[in-house]
Design a protein around this ligand. Structure first.
Ligand SMILES: Nc1nc2c(ncn2[C@@H]2O[C@H](COP(=O)(O)OP(=O)(O)OP(=O)(O)O)[C@@H](O)[C@H]2O)c(=O)[nH]1
Ligand SMILES: [Mg+2]
Length: 297
C-alpha cells in the first residue's frame, strides 16, 4: 500500500482573485463564502479533503492588501501572513492577466516564505487573449522565479484536477493523518452559520454594505426535526441598520430566506432562522470588540 501523505496548503493572494471559490471547487462543497466584493473572507478557514492515501489541509485566507486604515484589516493581514509561514505549500492565486501592484505586494511578502509556491492563474475562463498568457507567465517567472505555474478556472473547474495532482506531488509523507478521514473543516457549525448569513448580506447589499457589519450567532439549538438559529447582525450606525432592514423589512426578510436555504443544505437539516440588526459603535476600530468577535485568533 502507498504511504500516507498529508500537509498544509495555504491559499493566498490579493482580495477578490477567487481564493475561496477555488477552495470550494476543490472541496466539492461550499465551505468558504464568496462574493464580487473584495475582502469577503475575514478569517483563516481550514478546508480538509482526504482522498485515498492523501489528506489535503487547505487554509483559505483573507485577501492580502496594503495600507488599509482600519484595525480589522491589520488582523486580516496578520491571519493571512501567519498562514504563509506554517505550511508545506503555498498557492499564490492571481486573476488572469491582471497582475497589479496588489499582487506585486503579495509576491514580495511571499519571498520570505520557506514553503514551495505554485502560482495559480485563476479566472482563465475570462482570458480572451490566450496568446498573451505565455508571455505573461514568462514575465512573472523571470521576475519572481516561480517553480510551478498553472492556469485554472475555479468557476468552471477547468484544470483544477491538474492543480490537485501538482499539490499531491509536493505533500510530505506522514505516519498518520492529522484529521479524521471524514473531517471537512476546523470550524464549527456556528461559524459556518454566521459566515453564510454574512455572505447573503454582502451579496444583497453590494457596495452599500456597511463595512463594519458582523454576525454573531446567539442561539443554535438542534431539535429532532429542526434547528433553531438566532443571530444578531451588528452594524456601526442607525442609518446602516435601516439599509439592512429595508422597506418594511423586505431586505432583511430576503437575506434571511437565502441564508436559511444555504444553511439547510450545509447543515443538512430544517432550519428556523431569526435575525436581528443591532447597532454597535465603531467596532471595527476597537481592539476589544475585534477580539470579542473572534478576529484575533
Ligand atoms: N470568471 C470567473 N470568476 C471567478 C473565478 N473564480 C472566482 N471568481 C469570481 O471572483 C469573485 C471573487 O471570488 P472569491 O472566491 O470571493 O475571491 P477571494 O479571493 O476569496 O476574495 P477575498 O476573500 O475577498 O480575498 C466572485 O465573484 C467569484 O465568483 C473564475 O475562475 N472565473
Ligand atoms: Mg475569500
Amino acid at each position: 500500500m502507498n504511504k500516507k501523505k498529508s500537509g498544509y496548503i495555504a491559499v493566498v493572494g490579493r482580495p477578490n482573485v477567487g481564493k475561496s471559490t477555488l477552495l470550494n471547487r476543490i472541496l466539492g462543497e461550499k465551505l468558504s463564502i464568496t462574493s464580487r466584493k473584495p475582502q469577503t473572507t475575514r478569517h483563516r478557514v481550514l478546508g480538509i479533503k482526504t482522498k485515498d492515501n492523501i489528506q489535503y489541509i487547505y487554509a483559505d485566507t483573507p485577501g492580502l492588501h496594503e495600507k488599509l486604515p482600519r484595525k480589522i484589516n491589520k488582523y486580516m493581514n496578520k491571519a493571512a501572513i501567519s498562514a504563509i509561514h506554517d505550511v508545506d505549500l503555498i498557492l499564490f492565486v492571481i486573476d488572469g492577466l491582471h497582475f497589479n501592484d496588489g499582487d506585486a505586494w503579495v509576491a514580495q511578502k511571499l519571498e520570505k516564505a520557506e514553503a514551495k509556491i505554485i502560482l495559480v492563474i485563476n479566472k482563465i475562463d475570462e482570458v480572451t487573449d490566450r496568446d498573451a498568457l505565455l508571455p505573461h507567465i514568462a514575465k512573472l517567472n523571470e521576475k519572481y522565479g516561480f517553480k510551478q505555474v498553472i492556469s485554472v478556472s475555479a468557476m468552471s473547474g477547468q484544470n483544477v484536477d491538474k492543480l490537485e495532482s501538482l499539490i499531491a506531488q509536493d505533500l510530505p509523507e506522514v505516519e498518520e493523518f492529522y484529521f479524521p478521514t471524514d473531517a471537512k473543516t476546523d470550524r464549527d457549525a456556528r461559524f459556518i452559520a454566521s459566515e453564510l448569513i454574512r455572505e447573503k448580506l454582502i451579496r444583497a447589499l453590494g457596495q452599500e454594505l456597511p463595512y463594519e457589519t458582523h454576525v454573531v450567532i446567539e442561539r443554535m439549538e438542534k431539535q429532532e426535526k429542526i434547528t433553531h438559529i438566532d443571530a444578531n447582525i451588528f452594524v456601526a450606525r442607525n442609518s446602516q441598520k435601516a439599509i439592512i432592514i429595508g422597506q418594511k423589512g423586505a431586505r432583511l426578510k430576503s437575506i434571511g430566506t437565502r441564508a436559511r436555504e444555504d444553511l439547510e443544505k450545509s447543515l443538512n437539516t430544517k432550519i428556523m432562522l431569526r435575525l436581528w440588526v443591532k447597532v454597535k459603535d465603531k467596532w471595527s476600530d476597537t481592539d476589544q470588540l475585534i477580539q470579542k468577535f473572534g478576529y484575533d485568533k
